[in-house]
Design a binder for this molecule. Structure first.
Ligand code: ZN
Length: 226
C-alpha cells in the first residue's frame, strides 16, 4: 500500500491574472484584445472577434477609427456654462439664442441631455452634474458640478434671470437625495425648483426613459417642497 503523502504546499504567490488573449496570439493583437476587454459590456469572445475584425480591416478604416478614438479625448471638453460635453468652449445649446434662458434643467449625465432633447418638449437650458450625490458610494455634492450651477445662478444677467430649475435626476435614492440637496440650495434664492412628474417609474435612468413618458413627466413637473 502506498504511503500517504500530503499534497505539496501550495505557492502563496498569486497566479498572474488570466489573459483573455488565446495562446499563440501575436503580441499586437493580444494588446488590442486586452484593451477591448476593458470596455463595458465586452466579454472575452467579443474582444477577440473585434480584434480580428480590426486585423482584417483596410488600413484607412483602421486609421480613421484610431483617429476618432484619439480625437474624442483631445477635442472633447466640458461646456464652460452647462458642463455638457462639447467641442467648443460653449456648447450649441448654451449658445443658441432661441433657447429659453429662464429655465435650467439639471441632469446627471450628458446622455440625459440627449434623451430630453429627443422629446422636443423642452426649449430651456441644461446643467450636467456628472453624477449624483451618493452617500453609499461616497459621492458628495463637492464631487459634482453643483458649485458651478450655484455660481451660474448667482452670476446671471438680469435680462436672462432664471426663474425655474427643473431637477431631472434619476428616480432612485441618489437622484432623490440630489434633488433635495438642490432644492435646499436653490430655493432660498427665490428660484422655483421643480422635479419631473412621478409618471416615471421609480428607479428609472432618465437616459433610458421612453420619449413619451419623459415628455409627459416634463410637462407635469411639480415644485419640490421641504
Ligand atoms: Zn452648455
Amino acid at each position: 500500500m502506498a504511503a500517504f503523502r500530503p499534497d505539496p504546499p501550495r505557492s502563496i504567490t498569486p497566479a498572474a491574472p488570466p489573459s483573455d488573449a488565446p495562446r499563440g496570439v501575436a503580441a499586437p493583437v493580444s494588446r488590442v484584445i486586452e484593451a477591448f476587454r476593458r470596455l463595458p459590456g465586452i466579454g472575452p469572445k467579443s474582444a477577440q472577434r473585434l480584434a480580428y475584425h480590426l486585423v482584417r480591416m483596410p488600413e484607412a478604416e483602421a486609421a480613421e477609427l484610431s483617429e476618432a478614438i484619439t480625437g474624442v479625448k483631445q477635442r472633447i471638453k466640458l461646456c464652460d456654462i452647462c458642463a455638457d460635453i462639447t467641442e467648443e468652449p460653449v456648447c450649441g445649446i448654451c449658445s443658441n439664442t432661441n433657447r429659453d434662458r429662464t429655465v435650467i434643467c439639471v441632469v446627471e449625465e450628458p446622455l440625459d441631455v440627449t434623451a430630453l432633447e429627443r422629446t422636443r418638449a423642452y426649449n430651456g437650458l441644461y446643467h450636467v452634474l456628472h453624477g449624483a450625490i451618493s452617500p453609499t458610494s461616497g459621492i458628495a455634492a463637492s464631487d459634482l458640478k453643483i458649485k458651478e450651477l450655484l455660481q451660474r445662478l448667482q452670476g446671471q444677467k438680469p435680462s436672462e434671470e432664471v426663474s425655474e430649475v427643473i431637477v431631472a435626476t434619476n428616480t432612485n435614492l441618489d437622484g432623490e437625495a440630489t434633488a433635495m440637496y438642490l432644492q435646499r440650495a436653490i430655493a432660498p434664492a427665490g428660484i422655483k425648483v421643480t422635479r419631473l412628474a412621478r409618471g416615471l417609474p421609480s428607479g428609472t435612468d432618465i437616459e433610458y426613459a421612453d420619449d413619451a413618458t419623459l415628455a409627459h413627466s416634463l410637462e407635469s413637473r411639480s415644485e419640490i417642497s421641504d
